[in-house]
Design a protein around this ligand. Structure first.
Ligand code: HPA
Length: 243
């Protein structure tokens, strides 16, 4: 099944992807974050899109999620693995850990969050926001890694681009969120509306606001964790495509 990977912060390109060509797909929803990159990973065909644009220039609230998902499907993707950098809320999570979440809570606002603008009015089922089969494959692919992998959890999607207040994180913890990121929604629901199996592999890059022993969250710390953490993500993706 043709797999597409949406790369997030720290994964604007897949270094080990042998690129065949880049394709700018025109969509009814405007411009996607960038071209659909077609290539081979470990000999297996794969598509890739950089969520924040090639040079990481598009902030989370300005990403054209509809165009991105639509373009990937138009290019032939039949499933989507989303890579995301997140903050850890659950005390068991350390920077560098991977999480394959199974639930999601949407705290975003003002984003274009549906393809279904009416006529007919449609309400899709979103009880299980992530595809069970693809989640299972991600979990399987993660087994050989030395990195700790958490195979449950709830992704809280915030509006950004600012990070959260300590009270917001406390509230999210009470809600049941174990990780926090800015791009998980509406990406997940738009994939569901297009009938595209979708699952997320999240890399914890910092402890969420107020949980870092009184220290502020710095981009320097995040970038350091990203650099090493994405090595594990690349290994996971190799294992995923090998099957
Ligand atoms: N909050 C929201 N998004 C994030 C964080 C965070 O702490 N870390 C990485 N993405």
């Amino acid at each position: 099944m043709p797999l597409a990977v949406i790369g997030g912060t720290g994964l604007t390109q897949l270094a080990d992807l042998v690129i065949d060509h880049r394709e700018m797909v025109h969509t009814p929803y405007g411009q996607a974050s960038g071209p659909v990159v077609r290539g081979h990973l470990a000999g297996v065909p794969l598509m890739f899109m950089a969520r924040h644009g090639h040079g990481h220039t598009i902030p989370p609230h300005r990403i054209n999620y509809r165009a991105n998902l639509w373009a990937l499907q138009k290019a032939g993707a039949t499933q989507v693995a989303a890579i995301a950098a997140v903050g850890g809320i659950d005390a068991n999570l350390n920077p560098g850990d991977l999480v394959i979440p199974e639930q999601i809570i949407d705290y975003t606002s003002g984003r274009e969050a549906t393809f279904f603008e009416g006529d007919p009015v449609r309400h899709i089922d979103f009880t299980q926001p992530y595809d069970a089969l693809l989640r299972g494959q991600l979990i399987q692919a993660a087994r050989p890694l030395t990195t700790p992998v958490h195979t449950d959890g709830c992704y809280g999607a915030t509006q950004g681009p600012r990070l959260e207040s300590a009270a917001e994180i406390q509230r999210m913890a009470r809600d049941g969120c174990t990780i926090v990121g800015m791009t998980g929604m509406p990406e997940a629901v738009l994939a569901r509306e297009l009938d595209l199996p979708y699952a997320t592999c999240a890399l914890v890059v910092n402890r969420a606001a107020g949980l870092n022993e009184g220290k502020p969250i710095t981009m320097a710390d995040i970038e350091q964790t990203l650099a090493t953490g994405m090595i594990a993500v690349r290994q996971l993706l190799q294992a995923l495509v090998r099957g």
